[in-house]
Design a protein around this ligand. Structure first.
Ligand code: G4P
Ligand code: NA
Ligand code: NA
Length: 188
């Protein structure tokens, strides 16, 4: 995805500890035209795959996910990081965040993730894959089927991509960052 790669090289910033900051077009300010192109690329890459629902995790996954849902004309559900008292039929799982060095519990209602669902999971970043593993657990608890996982940016120097592909998950990442050392962005 050339437009995305160009934008990362142009506007992305490197931070200590292998963090790529994309605050000016994905994580804080958002570029809906680029997001639309990103979503269209996901739609192309998952063409022919049985999908009836898009699932993501709040907050930064919601923007790309809803664009994909709009193009595919499918509902979009986001996993919540706070457990609302009013949620019916709550499914929960624990996710470990390396960047924040803590565990947190995420939840989704079984009303919106069911055994009939064929899920395309969309997120902004694939790093260690902990959020994705949490998602796989929620899908399992719901008896749903995982059709694929799409990431806007994958950091190849962290383990998430390897873990998911070894599990046989259909993973599509639109920009793969090989390295961020010496504050130089190297994209595959
Ligand atoms: P993992 O799910 O792949 O294991 O990720 P990890 O625990 O390492 O990261 C936790 C959070 O940090 C996630 O967002 C993830 O998207 C984000 N993240 C990971 N690496 C980078 C990076 O290089 N740059 C940026 N900008 N973000 C990164 P989150 O905190 O759960 O939530 P939100 O931002 O979606 O609200
Ligand atoms: Na995220
Ligand atoms: Na994020």
């Amino acid at each position: 995805m050339d437009a995305l790669k160009k934008r990362i090289l142009q506007d992305g910033k490197c931070f200590e500890g292998g963090i790529l900051k994309v605050d000016s077009f994905i994580n804080h300010q958002m570029d809906p035209m680029l997001m639309h192109q990103i979503a269209q690329e996901f739609v192309n890459r998952f063409k022919g795959v049985k999908i009836n629902k898009i699932v993501t995790i709040e907050a930064s996954g919601i923007a790309p996910a809803i664009m994909v849902g709009f193009i595919m004309q499918l509902p979009v559900v986001f996993v919540k990081k706070k457990q609302p008292k009013t949620m019916e039929n709550m499914l929960t799982t624990t996710v470990h965040s390396f960047t924040k060095d803590r565990d947190y519990t995420v939840c989704i209602s079984n009303n919106f993730l069911t055994a009939e669902d064929h899920v395309l999971f969309i997120d902004d970043f694939l790093a260690n894959g902990n959020a994705s593993l949490g998602m796989i657990d929620l899908i399992k608890q719901a008896g749903a089927t995982l059709s694929g996982m799409g990431f806007v940016i994958e950091k190849a120097f962290q383990n998430g991509g390897k873990i998911l592909r070894e599990k046989g998950v259909h993973v599509e990442s639109l920009a793969i960052i090989e390295d961020l050392s010496n504050c130089e962005i190297k994209i595959r």
